[in-house]
Design a protein around this ligand. Structure first.
Ligand SMILES: Cc1cc2nc3c(=O)[nH]c(=O)nc-3n(C[C@H](O)[C@H](O)[C@H](O)COP(=O)(O)OP(=O)(O)OC[C@H]3O[C@@H](n4cnc5c(N)ncnc54)[C@H](O)[C@@H]3O)c2cc1C
Length: 448
């Protein structure tokens, strides 16, 4: 039996696995990850469909490429707090363009942030540096102004629509649904960082690298195992030496088992954690209400198989401004050809959902795509359409309305896309929060 303190990670999403890897690399803890699904990676992996690597969520994009918090955490050297996963073949391949726009059926492509400026007015060019230099490292406090109102006072409608299409594509939210400081910080992060990147082997390439690292450091990943209850350690004889007693149910088995833990990193979202946590634990005032009032963000994504004669031949995220629903699309196969069979490409789209009637939203999205992309009908075949909602959303908390990692229970921290640093999008936001969560549970274990 290991004498090391026991760290349990609930959820093998990218946030959970990255946290587990940080803990396991110290060699100080006995680390086990549980996931209720039969595969690891959560919404950041893929399933093979006749050679097309169809995402479970993420469209194979690392938003800030090799310079963002995600690259720092995964690829950074251990001495600077990184996991150094390059050793396990994790690699980020830059998109071939910084960004693109389809306007009136014509494609525009930019190699850098400056490359997009000629698409817009002189006023936009003059105001962009002011946006980039604006102080926005923290929320502006009691914000009454939304992002669209703030942007519209400074930029042309065409520029705002372009950037808003990006928000629709990236985080399934529109500028008028976010506080102004979130929009400003998000744009600053996007403009100051690197161009996006595609992980080698797609999202699963990252997950495989994390799993290899966990194996190397003796950590276990137990799939098809759901955590159903979290009780104080003394609730069961077998776990009374631990801080927590965790109920785990293996898929297909009636009887659950109890396992001991000295710390918990929860990657399954706040509602899930609060439902499992027994009344013996006192949750900080206001947290339950904040969680109740936070709605996960839904979205819809199409995946198309494309032939090799398509006129668009780059992997830069392409914004489709002014459409009713769809924000944009990406062709990751121009950076990582292995995501589609030889001689084929894959296109992934994304759209927000203002209306809960998903069926009509899918039809509207399909119409948008065929209206905006003149070559789609001749060169594309729709492979699937995914809707993301409830337990499998686009974002567990809307950008700008993040929930706390610390809910007031010693030894427990949350990671994942319900908890992101201010203005950091998607996996960048997840990575921005992981080091603090890991440091906190490590401290709680070391103090025992
Ligand atoms: C359509 C779409 C496109 C996106 N595109 C991108 C993109 O290109 N780039 C990007 O950076 N981000 C993108 N994102 C966002 C990104 O995919 C997510 O933010 C990220 O994958 C969420 O990771 P997570 O750590 O929160 O874990 P999750 O992926 O939510 O995984 C959590 C895991 O916990 C498990 N779990 C939950 N409860 C329990 C329990 N009680 N017991 C055991 N297991 C449990 C679940 O089964 C799941 O596997 C996209 C998201 C969507 C939906």
């Amino acid at each position: 039996m290991s004498e090391k303190p026991k760290a349990v990670v609930i959820g093998a999403g990218v946030g959970g696995l990255a946290s587990a890897a940080c803990l396991a690399q110290t060699q100080k803890y006995d680390v086990t990850v549980y996931d209720r699904m039969s595969f690891a990676g959560g919404r950041f992996t893929q399933h093979d469909h006749d050679g097309f690597q169809i995402p479970t969520g993420a469209v194979h994009m690392i938003p800030h490429g090799r310079k963002g918090p995600f690259a720092k955490l995964l690829l950074g050297k251990k001495i600077s707090g990184g996991l150094d996963l390059g050793r396990h073949g994790v690699e980020f391949l830059p998109t071939t363009k910084f960004a693109c726009r389809m306007k009136d059926g014509k494609l525009q492509e930019a190699n850098s942030v400056y490359g997009i400026l000629p698409w817009f007015s002189v006023r936009d060019t003059l105001n962009l540096p002011r946006l980039l230099l604006k102080r926005a490292n923290h929320p502006w406090g009691d914000e009454t102004e939304d992002g669209r109102t703030w942007m519209s006072k400074r930029f042309s409608e065409e520029f705002v629509d372009f950037a808003d299409a990006f928000a629709n594509f990236a985080i399934s939210l529109r500028f008028d649904q976010m506080p102004a400081s979130t929009v400003v910080k998000m744009l600053q992060n996007s403009f100051w960082s690197d161009r996006p990147a595609v992980p080698k082997g797609g999202c699963k390439g990252v997950i495989n690298g994390l799993r290899a690292d966990l194996r190397e450091n003796g950590a276990r990943v137990k799939l098809s195992n759901e955590v159903t209850e979290i009780l104080p350690g003394d609730a069961e004889e077998s776990t009374k030496g631990n801080r927590f007693c965790i109920g785990v149910r293996r898929r297909g088995r009636q009887e659950g088992i109890w396992v001991g833990a000295d710390s918990i990193i929860h990657n399954g979202g706040h509602p899930n954690l609060l439902a499992a946590l027994s009344d013996d634990f006192e949750v900080a005032a206001g947290v339950r209400e904040q969680v109740r009032n936070t709605q996960a963000v839904g979205g819809i994504g199409f995946v198309f198989a494309l032939d090799d004669d398509i006129p668009h031949r780059s992997s830069g995220v392409t914004m489709l401004p002014n459409l009713e629903r769809v924000g944009g699309y990406v062709l990751p196969t121009f950076s990582e050809p292995s995501l589609a069979p030889e001689g084929k490409h894959m296109m992934i789209t994304h759209q927000h959902v203002p209306d809960p009637s998903v069926k009509s939203e899918i039809d509207k999205g399909r119409e948008d795509l065929h209206d905006a992309i003149p070559w789609l009908a001749d060169h594309g075949e729709e492979l699937c359409v995914h809707t993301y909602h409830r337990n499998w959303p686009c974002n567990r908390a809307p950008q700008g309305a993040e929930l706390p990692s610390d809910i007031g229970v010693e030894g427990v921290r949350l990671v994942g896309d319900g908890v992101k640093g201010h203005g950091w999008m998607m996996v960048e936001g997840i990575a921005a929060n992981v080091p603090e969560a890991v440091a906190s549970v490590s401290g709680a274990m070391d103090a025992r």
